[in-house]
Design a protein around this ligand. Structure first.
Ligand SMILES: *Cc1c(COP(=O)(O)O)cnc(C)c1O
Length: 376
C-alpha cells in the first residue's frame, strides 16, 4: 500500500525530545523553540518568527493584531482550507471569496480589486501547493487601498516569490507544521512578522496577554497582564521534534522535489496529449514540492481513477469543497463575482502520494498505474 502521506521523521527527534526533558524545560520558549524561531528568521530573512500551536492560531493572532472586528471584510479564495476563513470569522468578520486562476489554483489577483468595499480590511493570499500567488500585484492593491496582507503560507515554507520567502512579503505570514506538511511537529505553526512594530504586540497576545517575553529578556522587572491575549505557545517537546527536521530542511526539500519532478516527467506525455493537466509553476516562483496534483477531465473520471488507484494499493485524495458552498461559508461569507473556476476546477483535482521518504520506485508505480488507467 502506498500511503498518501507519512509524517516526516529524520531520526533525531527522540534525541532532541530527551534533551528537552534533561533541560527540565518542556513548556514553551525553551532551547528548541528558540532554535526553530532563529532558523526561520535566518532562512526566511523576516524580522521575527514565533512558533505557535498551529497555522490556524498564527492566522488568528494576525486577525487580533490587525484588530479585526464584527462587520469587517476579508478577501480570500474559496478554494482553501477552512482555517483561512475561521481565523477572521471567529472575530466577526465576513469572508469575501474571490475566484481562482485555474493555472495555479491561487486567488486570481485580477479579481481582487473588484471585491474591495469600504469594509475591507485584509487580503489573504493562500499559496496553494507551495506555489506563490502574484504578490507584487496583491501588495500594490493593498497599498493603494490601505489594506493589510496576511499570507496563508501553511504550504509554503522553503518556497520563494522572486527570491523572497513566502510568508515574509505581507504584514504577517502563517506557516503550518501539521503532520501533513513538509516539516512537522505534530500540530504546530509559526507566525512571521515583517515589521518590528508588530513584534511586541504579537509576543503579548501569544503569552496570555502578558509582557512575559520582555520579562525574560530582562527588559522589565516583573511581568503583568497588559491586554487580552491567549495561549499560542507550543510545548518544547513539539519544538524538539520540529528541530530535527529544520536541521535537515534542505535534504527533505530535495527529496520531495525529486519525487515531484519524477511525477511531472512521467505524466508529461498524458498532459501533452491533452488527457490530464499538471501543475503550473510561474518562472519567478521556486516551489517546495508540497503537493503533486493532476487534473482529470471531470469529477466522474476522478472518482474512477481514485477507485482504480485504490485497487492498485495507491491512496490518492482530493480536497477543498469550496468554502462558499459549505454551511459555515454560506453563513459567514459571500462570493464576489462569478464562480467560474473554483467549483469546476476543485472537482477535477487529484493529489498523488507525496511525502519525505517516498521512493522513486513508488512514484514510478503510481505513474504506471495512471497511464494504464487512461490506456484502458
Ligand atoms: C494546513 C493548512 C492550514 C492549517 O494548518 P494548521 O497548522 O493545521 O492549523 C491552513 N491553511 C492551509 C492552506 C493549509 O494547508
Amino acid at each position: 500500500m502506498i500511503n498518501f502521506n507519512v509524517p516526516p521523521v529524520t531520526g533525531d527527534e527522540l534525541k532532541n525530545i530527551e534533551k528537552a526533558i534533561e533541560n527540565k524545560k518542556i513548556c514553551g520558549d525553551g532551547e528548541f523553540t528558540k532554535k526553530c524561531n532563529e532558523w526561520l528568521e535566518k532562512n526566511t530573512k523576516t524580522a521575527k518568527a514565533l512558533l505557535t500551536t498551529s497555522c490556524t492560531h498564527a492566522t488568528e493572532m494576525s486577525a487580533m493584531l490587525l484588530d479585526i472586528k464584527e462587520g469587517d471584510e476579508v478577501i480570500m479564495p474559496s478554494y482553501t482550507f477552512v482555517s483561512t476563513a475561521d481565523a477572521f470569522v471567529l472575530r466577526g468578520a465576513t469572508a469575501v471569496f474571490v475566484d481562482i486562476n485555474p493555472k495555479t489554483m491561487n486567488i486570481d489577483e485580477n479579481l481582487v480589486e473588484n471585491a474591495i468595499t469600504d469594509k475591507t480590511k485584509v487580503i489573504v493570499p493562500v499559496h496553494y501547493a507551495g506555489v506563490s500567488c502574484e504578490m507584487d500585484m496583491i501588495m500594490d492593491i493593498a497599498g493603494r487601498h490601505g489594506l493589510s496582507v496576511v499570507e496563508d503560507a501553511a504550504q509554503g515554507i522553503m518556497s520563494t516569490y522572486k527570491g523572497r520567502a513566502l510568508g515574509t512579503i505581507g504584514d504577517f505570514g502563517c506557516y503550518s507544521f501539521h503532520e501533513t506538511k513538509n516539516y512537522s511537529m505534530g500540530e504546530g505553526g509559526a507566525l512571521l512578522i515583517r515589521d518590528e512594530k508588530n513584534v511586541e504586540p504579537a509576543e503579548i497576545i501569544r503569552e496570555k496577554g502578558t509582557n512575559r517575553s520582555k520579562f525574560f529578556r530582562g527588559q522589565v522587572d516583573k511581568y503583568t497582564w497588559v491586554q487580552a491575549g491567549s495561549s499560542y505557545l507550543p510545548s518544547e517537546l513539539n519544538a524538539a521534534y520540529l528541530w530535527a527536521q529544520l536541521e535537515k530542511a534542505d535534504e527533505i526539500n530535495a527529496d520531495r522535489l525529486e519525487n515531484w519532478n519524477n511525477y511531472y516527467d512521467g505524466l508529461k506525455n498524458l498532459k501533452d496529449k491533452g488527457i490530464i493537466e499538471l501543475p503550473y509553476i510561474p518562472e519567478y516562483c521556486e516551489h517546495n514540492a508540497h503537493m503533486f496534483y493532476i487534473k482529470t477531465g471531470n469529477c466522474d473520471e476522478r472518482e474512477s481513477l481514485i477507485d482504480y488507484l485504490k485497487k492498485s494499493g495507491i491512496l490518492a485524495v482530493f480536497h477543498y469543497i469550496p468554502l462558499h458552498s459549505a454551511p459555515a461559508g454560506v453563513r459567514h461569507g459571500r462570493f464576489s463575482g462569478e464562480d467560474r473556476y473554483t467549483t469546476a476546477e476543485s472537482e477535477r483535482l487529484l493529489r498523488l502520494p507525496m511525502y519525505y521518504g517516498l521512493r522513486k520506485e513508488e512514484t514510478d508505480y503510481v505513474i504506471e498505474k495512471i497511464i494504464s488507467f487512461y490506456n484502458k
